[in-house]
Ligand binder design. Structure first.
Ligand code: ADP
Length: 217
């Protein structure tokens, strides 16, 4: 399966993507995680991305599209992938369509996670990520780790992202409305969109997502 996940920052894309990818046996491709890995390793791409990310803005398409394509071309993604955080504007959505066309493949569905805006801010303020590469995400109140500051799944150190402050979340939400929301209409026209409410327990949302994707495909 080839799936795109959309939704505002804090909708739970990372959390759901991790669980869905495991259930569907496809790799979870998060452009945000790829940028953070590059920043961690101090690569030129990471250095370029960091200033945009810290300001809550999008990283330019020239950088993002190439990085996403390289990742989709890796061997583990040959039979499917779950894209999280890409595409994030119409230009990227069109570039993705062009890439898929060249590869002779198609998307199976676009899953849109709907969450009220005040909930988004609460979720982001309490969010903690694992420093290791597994994409594990926790929340101090809603999905707390068994031991504070330690990842349940791999024992990695948990940290708070530098763009997860309330002020930056407001900017990211604005960017989401102006840049990313238009892709929802774009995929609706293509008959690919499935929208689900992303409120409730983590595993309830996952079950809802799996059900919605099954009905769609
Ligand atoms: P969230 O969905 O919570 O905003 P992500 O980890 O997906 O978190 O993204 C964090 C930041 O990385 C974004 O605010 C943006 O600066 C950058 N980024 C991620 N994906 C893209 C993309 N497809 N295009 C441009 N910038 C991106």
């Amino acid at each position: 399966m080839r799936i795109v996940l959309v939704g505002p920052p804090g909708a739970g894309k990372g959390t759901q993507a991790h669980l869905l990818a495991k259930t569907l046996s496809i790799p979870h491709i998060s452009t945000g995680d790829l940028f953070r890995a590059n920043i961690g390793q101090g690569t030129p791409l990471g250095l370029e991305a960091k200033s945009y990310m810290d300001a809550g803005h999008l990283v330019p398409d020239e950088v993002t599209i190439g990085m996403a394509k390289d990742r989709m071309l890796q061997e583990d993604a040959a039979n499917g992938f779950l894209l999280d955080g890409f595409p994030r504007n119409l230009g990227q959505a069109e570039a993705l369509d062009e890439f898929l066309g060249e590869q002779g493949i198609k998307l199976d569905g676009v899953l849109d996670l709907e969450v009220p805006e005040d909930e988004v801010v609460k979720r982001i303020a309490g969010r903690r990520l694992c420093r290791n590469d597994g994409g594990h995400v926790f929340h101090v109140d809603y999905n707390p780790p068994k031991a504070e500051g330690v990842c349940d799944e791999c024992g990695g150190e948990l940290y708070q992202r530098s763009d997860d402050t309330e002020e930056k979340v407001r900017t990211r939400l604005e960017v989401y409305h102006t840049e990313t929301e238009p892709i929802i209409g774009y995929y609706k026209e293509q008959g690919l969109l499935v929208t689900i409410p992303a409120l409730g327990k983590v595993d309830e949302v996952t079950a809802r997502a799996i059900e919605a994707l099954k009905q769609d495909s």
